[in-house]
Design a binder for this molecule. Structure first.
Ligand code: PSU
Ligand code: MN
Length: 341
């Protein structure tokens, strides 16, 4: 698969007619002419990110599954752009991460974000376990929190902002549906800013799982783990930070202690929070539909996000956009503080 002129992503493989999302089938026999490949060899930095890395300027990683599977087009693209803008306004450089034509890209052009957004749903949703397969086939993918953490760590980026992390799904005692994001948080040294977890998930079980996996969690100016659309979930956190300097010190020390990252829980701004009971009812409907239709595995989260969006008449999306921007701003401020330590 080749990149189309101007760095755009080719939608169809000109040779095989395959959708770009899957890339080419893996050849039956290894080609001796193909160079040895390591994950580090697959990394491509945008010129701005490359410059910021060498000058040790603050950088914030951003994920791309939110673009490909988290929101409808064109709001996904508008959101990705305004989130990048929010990071810049706070004095850091945004580095949106995705897999494009088999390369691990750190920092996307506006054109590339637009193309990924247009392909929404039609492109692979890559968690860490999918990365090698997508790369060898020279495919393209939106990266989940888990995959983005892996690439951010390889890039030496300490902090990453998202909306909500994956977690333990409701009914996991039967389905075993637990997001690989939680495992990644336990072993990859990147700080992740989120607005808690959506109540499409079982928040109590998610917190128990994170505790078992030894994942450090800190509330930013909150004593409770936030519930995405709502500022509180009723689940208390053991640790909170109220200032950026403190937060940056925690991030740096956690990075040294490891073995995992740090989950920074940042509640949605008050004026964008949704009325809990109303959203809860819509979420319960979406979860019941998913169960009835047998939606499982990696389709579960995108299905639920889409249905909650539809059932709330788009109000969930407005809140979602506000909280991601809020998280990106906190991550950028923390990145600036980290660069001063
Ligand atoms: N939660 C959201 N929006 C999202 C996601 C989760 O509110 O876009 C995406 C993130 O990329 C997250 C992924 O890493 O879904 C988790 O998918 P799964 O549950 O299949 O691990
Ligand atoms: Mn899952």
């Amino acid at each position: 698969m080749r990149a189309a002129p101007g760095g755009a992503i080719a939608a169809i493989d000109p040779e095989g007619g395959l959708p770009i999302t899957l890339g080419r089938p893996v050849a039956a026999a290894a080609h001796e002419s193909e160079p040895a490949m390591s994950a580090a060899d697959l990394m491509d930095f945008s010129p701005e990110v490359a410059e910021a890395r060498s000058a040790k300027k603050p950088i914030v990683a951003l994920e791309s599954t939110i673009i490909t599977h988290g929101m409808p087009y064109p709001r996904n693209v508008e959101t990705a752009r305004s989130v990048e803008e929010a990071v810049r306004e706070m004095g850091a450089l945004p580095a949106t991460i995705a897999v494009i034509d088999g390369r691990f890209r750190v920092g996307l052009s506006a054109n590339e974000i637009e193309r990924l957004g247009e392909l929404s749903g039609g492109v692979v949703k890559a968690s860490r376990r999918d990365l090698a397969l997508v790369a060898v086939r020279k495919g393209s993918a939106g990266t989940t929190v888990a995959a983005t953490m892996f690439i951010a760590e390889l890039a030496g980026v300490e902090i990453f902002a998202t909306g909500g992390i994956g977690g333990v799904h409701r009914g996991a005692e039967e389905t075993f549906d637990v997001s690989a994001d939680l495992i990644e948080l336990s072993r990859t040294r990147v700080a992740v800013v989120c607005a808690g977890a959506k109540s499409i998930l079982d928040i109590g079980k998610t917190l128990e799982f994170l505790e078992t996996q030894g994942v450090a969690i800190v509330g930013y100016r909150t004593d409770e783990f936030p519930a995405f659309y709502a500022r509180s979930s009723g689940f208390k956190l053991e640790h909170r930070c109220d200032g950026l300097h403190d937060l940056a010190r925690v991030i740096r020390l956690q990075r040294e202690i490891g073995p995992g990252g740090l989950l920074i829980a940042n509640p949605i701004p008050q004026d964008h929070a949704l009325e809990e009971a109303a959203v809860e009812a819509r979420i319960a409907e979406a979860v019941a539909e998913a169960k009835a239709q047998g939606v499982a595995k990696k389709e579960a989260t995108p299905f639920l996000l889409k249905r909650v969006f539809e059932l709330t008449g788009g109000r969930s999306l407005t809140a979602n956009i506000a909280l991601i921007k809020n998280n990106a701003m906190l991550a950028a401020q923390a990145a600036v503080e980290l660069s001063k330590l």
